[in-house]
Design a protein around this ligand. Sequence first.
Ligand SMILES: [Zn+2]
Length: 279
Amino acid sequence: MPGGDEDKCIEIGINCPPPQKQDGGLKGTSDGNQKRQDIINRRHGQYSWEVDGHTNKESKIIIKVVDEPIQAWVAENPDTKVNALVVGYKKGKKDYFDVNSYGMVELPADNPNALNGQYTFDKKVIYEFYQRNDVPNRVKDQWGKAEYIANMINSILEYNKTYSDIISIGDMRSPSDGPTYASSSKTHHANSGAFDIRFLGKNGTIKGGGTPSQVNLEKTQFFMDCLGKHSFTRIILSHKLKNKGFKVSGTLGILWDPSTVHDNHYHVDMGTKFSLKPE
Ligand SMILES: [Zn+2]
């Protein structure tokens, strides 16, 4: 409100870059998130600053601080003008992953060529992945529709509000939204939105396999609740986990697999064959 007597309000995320220089520059605001968090804690939501020896107490500028969570969503990449999976802060820094002509994105990774690795944003490990593109000379196997990957990341971020386990992602879909190779002779993941997740045990993700008896029931149900809040329709669980009290949740139904295929991981997708009846 230029020239007015009312206070000017600038809203920023605590994870945004520091405010631009104004009237000689803002001091005491650019030392990173911890200092900003301290300021928030001290001042109950009001941003403190100093400009050339003057403080916000004398000024009519109030900067409100918004504590922003990391999120994933789909939006146009302002640089390429192409739709993209976005991971980051709505009002702060972001990573963009442009879709291909099928609307597909490769699962974000710190090193996209790694067989096993992780994706880190703003120093937080969002997830790990395993056996990426592990069948030589075959179709790539960690791709998904941008909106489904956004939903998957948001489910994981929601899970991590309660549990610190790092979720580990396996096979997904091909770059053209088709199935991927389970081995040199078999394909799998015929359903859109498919992804595999390693079992969650008492001490977190069970690496290198695991058995249904090692599955932590509480964590698994909580992860299912998160998936059911983010529009996934189906989890495939080993029949050995039947009668353990698992409940369908939100949009998520359960398909019980009578074979041994899902004896060492969970499978999630947008398939339509499942039970919505509580087991
Ligand atoms: Zn699967």
